[in-house]
Design a protein around this ligand. Structure first.
Ligand code: PEP
Length: 253
């Protein structure tokens, strides 16, 4: 039985003051929620704020710290990159890899994403591997091919560790647009991904949480999270509003 995972991707948003308020409101909102109830929460903040968030989340067993990216390299001449070792110093437990905005604006290929996942796994950080098709790819009937190709690269590079990843299905056309995949549309892709994991490892198919991301909000979360293969959400815009984010977490039973 897989537990639910709700991850907030703050993207390039926040200030010290805003983060303090948001983090404290989420902590307070979840104060009565016991980790044993199952749902885990991750806050993926911009890297410069990880130290602030580490302090804010100290002692919480339900809310974990995540980064929005990670380098595939250990150290050295990679200006602007942040290594797994650096993230670990700040208590980071999860790292988003292959977000469509990184693929689109920073030219990250499937191979790069797979190496980032590998670096995270080697350091004991759980990679949240994002996959998803563009609108043109969906309209051309290529959705399953695209997500399978993206996940295959990660499976190929990470072999026996594959049961330690989290997958996030994020249709690019639904991210930040207010257009959400219907629960049935999302479930159809999640089941394709589950089958692919099963072909790689029955343990992985059983264990790996597959999140949905793309304009998930307080109003649509419950119906998406009710689907058999939707094990949580990766939330952008709604994660910046404590009440909405808490409402999504409450929908994840
Ligand atoms: C995201 O950034 O991963 C995301 C899903 O954003 P939004 O919820 O705003 O669509």
């Amino acid at each position: 039985m897989r537990t639910k995972l709700i991850a907030g991707n703050w993207k390039m948003n926040g200030t010290l003051a805003d983060n303090e308020l948001l983090c404290k409101s989420i902590r307070t909102g979840l104060a009565g929620v016991d980790a044993s109830q199952g749902t885990s929460v991750v806050l993926c903040a911009p890297s410069v704020y990880l130290s602030q968030l580490q302090s804010c989340l100290a002692g919480s067993s339900t809310i974990h710290l995540g980064s929005q990216d990670v380098s595939s390299h250990d150290k050295g001449a990679f200006t602007g990159e942040i290594s797994t070792a650096m993230l670990k110093e700040f208590g980071v437990r999860y790292a988003i890899v292959g977000h469509s905005e990184r693929r689109q604006y920073h030219g990250e290929t499937d191979a790069v994403v797979a190496l980032k996942a590998k670096a995270a796994l080697a350091a004991g950080i759980t990679p949240i591997v994002c996959v998803g098709e563009s609108l043109a790819e969906r309209e051309a009937g290529l959705t399953n091919d695209v997500v399978r190709r993206q996940l295959a690269a990660v499976i190929h590079e990470n072999g026996h560790c594959i049961s330690e990843i989290v997958v996030a299905y994020e249709p690019v056309w639904a991210i930040g647009t207010g257009k959400t995949a219907t629960p049935e549309m999302a479930q159809a892709v999640h089941s394709v991904l589950r089958a692919q994991l099963h072909a790689a490892s029955s343990v992985a198919a059983e264990r790996v949480q597959i999140l949905y991301g793309g304009s998930m909000n307080a109003a649509n979360a419950a119906s998406l999270l009710a689907m058999a293969d939707i094990d949580g959400g990766l939330i952008g815009g709604a994660a910046l509003r404590a009440a909405d984010f808490l409402s999504i977490i409450a929908s994840a039973k």
